[in-house]
Design a binder for this molecule. Structure first.
Ligand SMILES: [Mn+2]
Length: 284
């Protein structure tokens, strides 16, 4: 008999043997529009058992991967800084053990905790960012720690030319002006991704990879706090994430699933499939 544990399907390696460690951050305190992302990681684990562990796309199986699921962290909802400190500590522990931390959000602010840990270990870190939103506001209604500002805060850590943004289709004018000066931003599509990844690979650059699932079109991913029409398809996202995973990815996250905002359950099923494919691509 085994204990009743609720891990993501196929992710039942023990910690010592694992190459990748999942950790959930059920946090949505700074969500600007429709809350609910705090329920993302737990719903993904539960719904993952509707998926196959085998991917016909990559001819690979999660049962052949060494992934440990450390469950959800218990985070402070009243203090973004306290929550980020805990996320940073968890990411740092996993990195120190030579494993790849894979964070399940939660809203997008959680990425900042993981990036803080990653940049301490890898000072020459680059970030690849898939999102509908630029997330480059300096503050949102006065708050510097907001999911609308997360990539701006990351820029303060890594500096100019080290953040590569794709499928961005929403933000205020100042964010797009900021991107022209300080980040590489591809609006609407993944055009240019292959060239970016090829350069990062050639240099052996460590990459942190953050996927805001709202880069997907709301037609296939309605369960998110700030849906934006005009997004990419699942197949386009799959090709793009497989491309990124050929680089030296040292940490990653999947965020902004708010499962209760899609009563059909399709958004959660889609998020699970994105995570399965990401795990398989990272493990190769
Ligand atoms: Mn977004």
């Amino acid at each position: 008999m085994k204990p009743n544990v609720d891990n993501f399907i196929g992710c039942d390696s023990d910690y010592a043997a694992a190459k990748i460690v999942l950790y959930g951050a059920p946090f949505d305190s700074t969500t600007s529009f429709r809350p609910g992302a705090r329920f993302g990681p737990a719903s993904m684990r539960h719904e993952s058992f509707g998926l196959e562990t085998y991917s016909p796309y990559q001819d690979a199986d999660l049962t052949d991967c060494a992934v440990f699921d450390s469950g959800d962290m218990e985070l402070c909802f009243g203090s973004s800084e306290a929550a980020l400190a805990d996320i940073e500590a968890r990411a740092a522990e996993i990195l120190a053990d030579g494993k790849l931390p894979l964070l399940l959000g939660g809203e997008h602010l959680v990425t900042l905790g993981a990036v803080r840990a990653a940049v301490k270990k890898y000072p020459n870190l680059h970030i690849i960012h898939f999102d509908a939103h630029a997330d480059l506001r300096d503050n949102y209604l006065g708050a510097k720690l907001s999911h609308a500002c997360v990539i701006r805060r990351c820029h303060e850590l890594v500096g100019d030319g080290r953040i590569h943004q794709f499928c961005i289709r929403s933000g205020e004018r100042e964010e797009f002006a900021f991107a022209k000066e300080h980040t590489q931003m591809q609006k609407f599509t993944f055009d240019g991704l292959e060239e970016t990844v090829a350069q990062l690979k050639a240099d052996g650059t460590p990459v942190y990879f953050t996927i805001d699932l709202d880069c997907l079109d709301p037609a296939v991913f309605a369960g998110t706090g700030t849906p934006e029409a005009g997004g990419v398809s699942f197949v386009q996202l799959l090709a793009a994430l497989r491309c990124v995973c050929t680089a030296n990815v040292i940490g990653a996250d999947v965020n902004e699933l708010a499962p209760m905002l899609d009563a059909s359950g399709v958004s959660t099923a889609t998020a699970c499939k994105v995570l399965r494919e990401l795990l398989l691509a990272l493990h190769k």
